[in-house]
Design a binder for this molecule. Structure first.
Ligand SMILES: NC(=O)c1ccc[n+]([C@@H]2O[C@H](COP(=O)([O-])OP(=O)(O)OC[C@H]3O[C@@H](n4cnc5c(N)ncnc54)[C@H](OP(=O)(O)O)[C@@H]3O)[C@@H](O)[C@H]2O)c1
Length: 328
C-alpha cells in the first residue's frame, strides 16, 4: 500500500512459483506476483532495497555479498543487531563471521535512531520482545532512573515463533496455557541492554522472564525498576512526553477509569502503534513500565518499513497508517 514503493520480487523456497495471494489469501487483489525461487543475491540484483526475513544465522550467509552490490539492506534477523561482536557468543552461541559489518548497520528503531537512519544503507530491525521492552524503558533510562537491574516480564503470542509449526505452537497445546518458556537468559536481553545503555550513557543491566500466551499476535511487557527517591506521576509524564511526545506511532494508554486502563495487545494488533503506560508503586518505590505492540508489525515489518521511510526520506507514516483491528 506504500505510494513510493513497488514490490518487484518476493522469494520463497517452499512456495516457489505460487501466487503470493494463494499463500496469503488476505492479499488477493492487492498483489499479482508469484513467489520466485531466487537466491537472496539474485533477488538483490533486481531491486534497490532488499528486506531479508529469514531465521537468525541465515542472513549472515548472504549479507556480506549483497552489501557489496550497492543495494540497501533491511534485515529482520538478529545477525546484525549487536554493535559489539562479543555479544554474539554470549547471546547466540556463535562467533560473528563478519564483525566489520556490524558498525555499518543502524538499529531500526526510528524513535531512538532517527538521525543515523537518515544516512543508513543497512538496517537491522529490532527483535519483537526487545522492541516492547526498549520502548517502555527508554524514557526511564534517559531520565537516569535505571540504576539497578530492570526486570522485564514478557507475554507473547504464537506468531513470535515464526511460521514453522511445532508442538509449542500447536493450537491445543497453546490454548488455555500461560507457559513460561524462558524464565531467564532470553536472547533479546542483550539488545535491550545495548539500547538502554546507549540512551542512558551508562551500562544498564536487564533480566527477563518470557511467557507464551494464548494469542496469535501481540506482546505485553511489564517492566519494573526500583528507584531511590520519591517520584510523582508528573516526573514520569515529563520523561515519557519529552522522548515520545511527537512520535506518530507511540501512544499513551492511561485511563484509570476505563476498561483498558493500560496497554493491551488487543488495542494494537494489526497496526504499527506501540502503546505505553506507567505506574508508580510508592510502597516500594517501584516504577512499572508497560508496553504493547503487534510483534509482526511494530515488532518487525512495521519498524522495517518505518525505518526504510526515514532512510529514503519518505513521510515516516507512509504505508503504515492502519487502524488496529480490535477484534471483538
Ligand atoms: N515472528 C516475529 O514476531 C518476529 C519479530 C521480529 C523479528 N523476527 C525475525 O524475522 C525473521 C523472520 O521471522 P519469521 O517469524 O518470519 O521466521 P520464520 O517463519 O522462521 O522464517 C521465515 C521464512 O524464512 C525461510 N527460511 C527458513 N529457513 C531458512 C533458511 N535456513 N535459509 C533461508 N530461508 C529460510 C522460510 O521461507 P521459505 O521456505 O518460503 O523460503 C520461512 O518461512 C527471523 O530472523 C526472526 O527472528 C521475527
Amino acid at each position: 500500500m506504500h505510494p513510493d514503493i513497488q514490490v518487484k520480487v518476493a522469494t520463497s523456497q517452499q512456495h516457489s512459483g505460487e501466487y503470493v495471494f494463494k499463500v496469503h489469501p488476505n492479499l488477493k487483489g492487492l498483489i499479482d506476483l508469484t513467489f520466485a525461487n531466487d537466491t537472496p543475491e539474485e533477488a538483490a540484483s533486481k531491486v534497490d532495497i532488499i528486506f531479508m526475513a529469514v531465521p537468525h544465522g541465515s542472513s549472515i550467509e548472504h549479507v556480506p555479498k549483497i552489501s557489496e552490490m550497492g543495494v540497501r539492506i533491511i534485515d529482520m534477523s538478529a545477525d546484525f543487531r549487536f554493535r559489539n561482536p562479543a555479544d554474539y557468543p554470549v547471546w547466540y552461541g556463535w562467533e560473528h563471521p563478519a564483525p566489520d559489518l556490524l558498525s555499518k548497520f543502524v538499529y531500526g528503531m526510528p524513535e531512538l535512531h532517527r538521525e543515523e537512519l537518515k544516512s543508513a544503507h543497512f538496517i537491522s530491525v529490532p527483535g519483537c520482545i526487545a522492541s516492547s521492552s526498549i520502548y517502555s524503558l527508554a524514557p526511564l533510562a534517559k531520565a537516569g532512573l535505571i540504576n539497578g537491574v530492570a526486570v522485564v516480564d514478557a507475554k507473547i503470542g504464537s506468531s513470535g515463533s515464526g511460521n514453522k509449526p511445532s508442538i509449542a505452537t500447536h493450537f491445543s497445546e497453546r490454548y488455555n496455557s500461560v507457559r513460561i518458556y524462558s524464565p531467564s537468559g532470553h536472547r533479546h536481553i542483550g539488545e535491550i541492554e545495548q539500547e538502554l545503555s546507549i540512551v542512558s550513557g551508562i551500562k544498564t543491566t536487564v533480566t527477563m522472564s518470557a511467557h507464551s500466551v494464548n494469542m496469535v499476535r501481540g506482546i505485553l511487557t511489564t517492566s519494573s525498576v526500583f528507584v531511590d527517591r520519591e517520584l510523582k506521576m508528573p516526573d514520569l509524564w515529563n520523561a515519557y512526553r519529552s522522548m515520545y511526545g511527537k512520535e506518530p506511532f507511540v501512544r499513551f494508554i492511561m485511563d484509570p477509569n476505563g476498561l483498558y486502563k493500560y496497554p493491551d495487545p488487543k488495542l494494537v494488533v494489526g497496526s504499527n502503534f506501540v502503546d505505553l503506560g506507567f505506574v508508580i508503586d510508592q510502597h516500594v518505590r517501584r516504577v512499572i513500565a508497560l508496553g504493547s505492540i503487534d510483534n509482526l508489525i511494530k515488532g518487525a515489518a512495521g519498524n522495517a518499513i518505518q525505518s526504510m521511510n526515514v532512510m529514503e526520506g519518505f513521510d515516516e507514516r507512509e504505508g503504515l497508517m492502519m487502524s488496529p483491528m480490535r477484534l471483538v
